[in-house]
Ligand binder design. Structure first.
Ligand SMILES: Nc1nc2c(c(=O)[nH]1)N[C@H]1C(S)=C(S)[C@@H](COP(=O)(O)OP(=O)(O)OC[C@H]3O[C@@H](n4cnc5c(=O)[nH]c(N)nc54)[C@H](O)[C@@H]3O)O[C@H]1N2
Ligand SMILES: Nc1nc2c(c(=O)[nH]1)N[C@H]1C(S)=C(S)[C@@H](COP(=O)(O)OP(=O)(O)OC[C@H]3O[C@@H](n4cnc5c(=O)[nH]c(N)nc54)[C@H](O)[C@@H]3O)O[C@H]1N2
Ligand code: SF4
Ligand SMILES: [Mo]
Length: 745
């Protein structure tokens, strides 16, 4: 099947195929060694974990009954990421464990007697032998640098270790190039430091929080939502800039319903107001900033009246909100956002955000950005990694020089042979990321997959991506496994332990065990030198003055703060890691690469008549596509709806609850219909759906066919020339009342 078209295999075909063709394998799968995740006999009633429902990684306790059945997960009081409270998704995490649609045993793509592609159940040994043999062959024929890992979540470390040992540095995640990448690059070029996660925002003490497309409250990043609500209680003003009346907008002093794709104009105008009124922090800027005069000249044309014509935000509102920020300074945060890959000029938009924060002196100030502390825990000893013959950056042929991490979309591109890129990736290992739903341009992703000689998917559920795999490795859920320690940055650094609360169900295993088994077969066992994972964790914990025994008892250890102060003291010397050692209002790094050193507004396409901006976001009770089948969370929300302004509904004769198909500017129709929700909360030029619905695999018994997938409709990608982020908000949709024959499947 190598390098040939992969049919999407519905795992529902599995039992039949397994019985018919792979029956003899089932036995060996069942008798596979029960070595991983062993709990021993006495089941403690409470065990520590950290959540894997999203990547805020809140630490909690798993409670069980006397029989050892998992009952609930609650937050750990000592955890700074959650302060003892999980969000609805974290509480519903037990549904991942109970979900009867889970992947249950390793699967291998084969051809049946009639030449149809199908999965057959295989033993772990057979799966690993197959993978190792293919990887070895690819190494010999093309070099190890033609293998890539896509990852989100804890498993990435183990496969990453294996891959680096094998000679490849292609380790990429949609949570960078489809999420926060432009923000990191913007803050690195401005302040010399990225933000990472959890973002070092002192929201609890802020006096003014500006949310530009950050929909906290629907985006449930736990600690931040809690701090925002504390800040509101203490009288902080919230300014929300969003074309949609978000939950955050409903708690705000100001809601600016901006015309989509015009934020840079608003930001430039705010910058001008702050400078021209002398509201910027003069001492701070004098001492720390580079390029103030250039910036001042640059923004002179950008009056509030100019911005009004672009953004539809009235000039007096622009002035009033600028004054509100200035009054609160330096305890003000222009929130840097998280999912910022919108319109392709995202690094520049986030540069404007960074500059505005700098002018108000909020970086390094109470109620602004604190200086985070992130300690690290030493790695378990292993031989040094060989230098890869070609790095992911070289595989990109010098494109996107300022990206600070590998690009998932870039690695996908480098899998499709082209004269432009010299490295054709031949194998993907995909751990905990559903690329079909999370990379834009599905057709391209599938083209890339069809060029592969091997695709291994490590997942817990039969998701879109598993249907394209050659080998599916079923991982047990986070409640059934050990994992690497969570070492979080924050006001102080904290370490959290995840241990299994139950034996893995079915024939599932932890990713660390899988990666080690494959590594052994590749002669790389020295990189996984521990006997058991507990031994590795205990060794690591002892290096930081704790132990596995202690962590099992406490779950979270807060390490005392050692370096730097949390905030700059007045007049402190501070060296920023930029070219000039200063906060760069004028970016020398961007100038050196031929990019605009200061942000400029460029107009974006507008929807043609009868089409609307496709806006998407989060719902509080779901995480991406990963929870759409979770029984507990489906109880709270089982499908998405399309938000439509009453004016638009009227034009189209749409009523609440009516199912419609969404069709985009390229004639692509979403696979499933979605119900209309008529609401004033969305502008007349946009519609809105929550991401993560519209699953196409029938084996997801609760999620199949429920609602529409934004990913089906994101076929136009607006590339960020600076760092390769894929802008995904440049798509327009219209309504259709039936699907007819043009459906793309
Ligand atoms: N269209 C569209 N695309 C987007 C976004 C969007 O809003 N719309 N958002 C973007 C953003 S912000 C991000 S961060 C990325 C996220 O994109 P991804 O990293 O791809 O994240 P998920 O969609 O959560 O994919 C999760 C996959 O992990 C599996 N999984 C869950 N738990 C485990 C586990 O314990 N072990 C293993 N091995 N697998 C597990 C799930 O079953 C699922 O297949 O997507 C980006 N892409
Ligand atoms: N419950 C829940 N919480 C989550 C997640 C989840 O899956 N579920 N995922 C987490 C992850 S990985 C991420 S990255 C974050 C993402 O969450 P955020 O970073 O907060 O937000 P975005 O997805 O970028 O943006 C969504 C908001 O932008 C608005 N918007 C759309 N177009 C424009 C525009 O042109 N201008 C402006 N100003 N606003 C616009 C939308 O109306 C919406 O309110 O959420 C995190 N939190
Ligand atoms: S914010 Fe919610 S889903 Fe995310 S880690 Fe915390 S509890 Fe889990
Ligand atoms: Mo994200």
């Amino acid at each position: 099947m190598s390098g040939s078209r992969r049919d999407f295999i519905k795992i529902s075909a599995l039992s039949a195929a397994g019985l018919l063709l792979g029956g003899h394998y089932v036995q060996s799968a069942m008798s596979g060694k029960k070595s991983a995740g062993n709990l021993g006999s006495a089941v403690p009633l409470r065990t520590p974990t950290y959540c894997e429902v999203c990547f805020w990684q809140c630490a909690g306790w798993v409670y069980k009954n006397e029989k050892g059945d998992i009952q609930k997960v609650v937050g750990n009081d000592d955890d700074p990421n959650c302060n003892g409270r999980l969000c609805p998704r974290g509480t519903g995490g037990v549904g991942m464990y109970h979900d009867e649609d889970r992947l249950k045993t390793p699967l291998l793509r084969i051809k049946d007697q009639d030449g149809n592609q199908t999965f057959t159940e295989v033993s772990w040994e057979e799966a690993f032998d197959f993978i190792a043999e293919r990887l070895q062959k690819i190494k010999e024929e093309h070099g190890p640098e033609c293998i890539a890992l896509f990852t989100h979540g804890s498993g990435g470390n183990y496969w990453g270790n294996m891959l680096k040992a094998f000679g490849s540095s292609n380790i990429a995640a949609p949570s960078y190039s489809q999420c926060r990448g432009p923000r990191e690059v913007a803050f690195i070029t401005t302040f010399g430091d990225g933000l990472n996660s959890p973002e070092p925002l002192d929201i609890r003490d802020t006096r003014c929080l500006v949310l530009i497309g950050s929909h906290l409250g629907e985006n449930m990043h736990n600690g931040q939502v809690q701090e925002m609500s504390d800040a509101i209680d203490k009288g902080a003003a919230i300014i929300t800039v969003d074309p949609r009346y978000s939950t955050a907008a409903s708690k705000s002093k100001f809601w600016l319903p901006i015309k989509p794709a015009t934020d840079i104009a608003l930001l430039l105008s705010w910058i001008r107001e702050i400078i021209n009124n002398g509201w910027y922090d003069k001492e701070y800027i004098n001492q720390y900033a580079y390029g103030f005069e250039e910036l001042k000249n640059h923004v002179q044309p950008f009056t509030p009246e100019w911005a009004y014509g672009i953004t539809t935000i009235r000039p007096e509102q622009i002035r009033e909100t600028a004054r509100e920020m200035a009054n609160a300074a330096p305890s003000v945060i222009i929130h840097p956002g998280r999912h910022v890959t919108w319109y392709g000029d995202d690094t520049q938009r986030l540069r404007a955000v960074a500059i505005l924060n700098a002018l108000l002196g909020s970086w390094g100030r109470r109620g602004g950005f604190f200086i985070p502390e992130k300690k690290s825990v030493p790695e378990y000893p292993h031989p040094p990694y060989p230098a890869p013959r070609r790095t992911w950056r070289e595989a990109m042929n010098g494109k996107y020089p300022l990206a600070d991490l590998a690009l998932a979309s870039g690695v996908c591109d480098a899998t499709i042979p082209s004269p432009d890129l010299d490295c054709s990736i031949k194998a993907w290992i995909v751990n905990g990321t559903n690329l079909i739903m999370t990379l834009p341009d599905q057709k391209k992703t599938i083209d890339a997959i069809n060029n592969l000689e091997l695709m291994v998917v490590v997942d817990t559920m039969p998701m879109e991506i598993t249907g394209y795999a050659d080998v599916v490795l079923p991982e047990c859920t986070y409640l059934e496994r050990w994992d690497d320690l969570r070492v979080a940055q924050g006001r102080n650094s904290s370490v959290a332990l995840r241990m299994p609360a139950a034996e893995p169900k079915y024939n599932t295993k932890p990713a660390y065990w899988m990666a080690k088994e494959v590594a052994i077969r590749l002669g790389l066992g020295a990189y996984f030198a521990w006997e058991t994972f507990e031994e590795k964790l205990d060794w690591q914990l002892k290096q930081i003055g704790s132990s596995l025994e202690e962590m099992k008892r406490i779950g979270v250890k807060n390490l005392p703060r050692e370096f730097d102060d949390l905030f700059f003291a007045p007049g402190d010397d501070h060296e920023f890691y930029t070219n000039t050692g200063k906060i760069e209002l004028y970016s020398t790094a961007l100038a050196a690469e031929g990019f605009d050193p200061m942000p400029v507004y460029t107009p974006h396409m507008e929807p043609p008549a009868g089409y609307y901006h496709l806006n998407y976001g989060r719902a509080p009770m779901h995480t991406f596509s990963r929870t759409a089948n979770n029984p507990n969370l489906v109880d709270l929300m089982d499908e998405n709806t399309v938000w439509v302004n009453p004016k638009v509904a009227n034009e189209w004769g749409l009523t609440n609850g009516q199912p419609v198909y969404l069709e985009n500017q390229d004639g692509v129709i979403a696979k499933f219909p979605v119900k209309v929700r008529v609401t004033e909360r969305i502008r007349f030029d946009s519609v809105y759906i929550v991401h993560g619905f519209g699953h196409a695999d029938k084996k997801l018994s609760r999620a199949y066919g429920k609602g529409a997938s934004d990913a089906d409709l994101i076929t136009r990608v607006l590339m960020d020339p600076i760092m390769g982020g894929t802008g995904m908000r440049g798509n327009f949709v219209t309504f259709r009342f039936n699907k007819e024959s043009e459906v793309q499947s």
